[in-house]
Design a protein around this ligand. Structure first.
Ligand SMILES: Nc1ncnc2c1ncn2[C@@H]1O[C@H](COP(=O)(O)OP(=O)(O)O)[C@@H](O)[C@H]1O
Ligand SMILES: [Mg+2]
Length: 361
């Protein structure tokens, strides 16, 4: 029996991760934590605890205390924010983690630092301007043209992002958040607008080697019509695609951020007007919300071998198990499958070519 502690287990990604472990033929005792007294009710765990926010001084001691009390063998911090603090203070937690170093995660969680590293490694990225004050906003438009995509360097779910057609729009948007105390000027970057396909490349690595990966295109976000940017984090419609260019760009992007990758790395790519795949984020140590769900679907509905259960494979690799039956390193999942999911409607696997539909949740 493996004993696993999952933090942020009440978020969509956490619930998906726990569900996937339950679908494994191996037995798991799962402990879940969350910051929200409501969300902690969602995951199918054996024991549940509330924790303070990741930036609270008592966060690490509390997680350590729970890990010790529950005799956890392995800790999977699902939210990037929690994963980052745990990575830096892993020695204080009495169980194994499978996370990149805090130095790597710091770059991965800062879109400006990542852009610079990726560019230096010759990986396609959006033209980017950093700003420090209001006049820099106008200068960015003069340099990069318009429209521009304004976004925050840190955070998830398209935090503080907006497509702006003029310097005035961008300046007003940024100033609103600065005045509210939500961010400083230098927390914003302005980027060339990438109008093409919105793509995710999700991967698992061990000792610097790519273990497996798959690629999907995001087609729709839930509640997009009531979000200023249209980005709401995790897609309501996505489909598996296979594209050798993306395998190459994903692999290189991870290596550019972490020379010896180990753990989960979720890459975001947006295509330029000419179709060039530009990397917008290398989320190191992170499972995208639907990555464990796709793994669950792979073993439950697509008839793929056990290794395709990505959450299970990640825990086994993280525990240092000698995993013999290894998956293909790229294109783990067959293309043409759509995942449709939304609040109160469940989740469906659908194919456009033959019209087949299966309820997966
Ligand atoms: N330069 C850009 N042009 C157009 N869209 C962008 C750009 N940068 C990011 N986006 C959009 O915002 C989404 C979220 O950005 P991402 O890099 O994944 O950061 P995060 O997930 O941390 O919010 C992307 O999937 C993409 O759709
Ligand atoms: Mg992202």
């Amino acid at each position: 029996m493996r004993r696993v502690l999952v933090t942020g287990s009440g978020g969509l990604a956490g619930v998906n991760f726990v569900r996937a472990l339950r679908a494994s033929p191996r037995a798991y005792y799962i402990v879940g934590t969350d910051y929200s007294k409501y969300h902690i009710l969602y995951p199918d765990v054996d024991a549940r605890y509330l924790t303070p926010r990741h930036d609270d001084r008592s966060f690490i001691p509390r997680v350590a205390e729970i890990a010790s009390k529950e005799r956890a063998d392995f800790l999977h911090p699902q939210p990037s924010s929690e994963a980052y603090v745990i990575s830096g203070r892993r020695s204080e937690v009495p169980c194994r983690v499978f996370l990149p170093s805090a130095a790597v995660m710091r770059v991965g969680q800062d879109k400006l630092l990542s852009e610079r590293k990726l560019r230096a490694a010759g990986i396609p990225v959006a033209m980017t301007a950093a700003i420090e004050s209001k006049p820099d906003v106008r200068a960015a438009f003069a340099k990069l043209g318009k429209p521009l995509w304004v976004r925050a360097r840190h955070g998830a779910g398209g935090r503080l992002s907006l497509l702006c057609s003029t310097p005035t729009e961008a300046a007003l948007w940024i100033e609103l958040w600065v005045r509210r105390g939500a961010a400083r000027y230098d927390e914003f970057i302005l980027q060339e607008y990438l109008p093409g396909r919105n793509i995710a490349w999700d991967s698992l690595w061990k000792d610097g080697r790519l273990v497996t990966s798959y690629c999907r295109e995001r087609l729709e976000y839930p509640f997009k019509h009531i979000s200023p940017s249209g980005i709401t984090g995790t897609p309501s419609v996505s489909r598996i695609i296979r594209d050798e260019r993306l395998n190459e760009v994903g692999r290189k992007a991870v290596k550019a951020i972490d020379p010896k990758p180990g753990g989960a790395y979720s890459i975001d790519v947006k295509e330029s007007a000419s179709g060039a795949p530009c990397v917008t984020e290398v989320d190191s140590g992170k499972f995208h919300s639907t990555m464990p769900l796709w793994g669950y679907i792979a073993v439950k509905h697509l008839g793929l071998p056990d290794y395709a259960n990505l959450a299970d494979l990640y825990v086994r690799l993280g525990l240092g198990e000698d995993v013999r039956d290894l998956p293909p390193d790229t294109d783990l999942l067959p293309d043409g499958y759509y995942l449709l999911r939304d609040m109160d409607v469940g989740a469906y696997l659908w194919r456009e070519d033959d019209g087949s539909k299966v309820k997966v949740l």
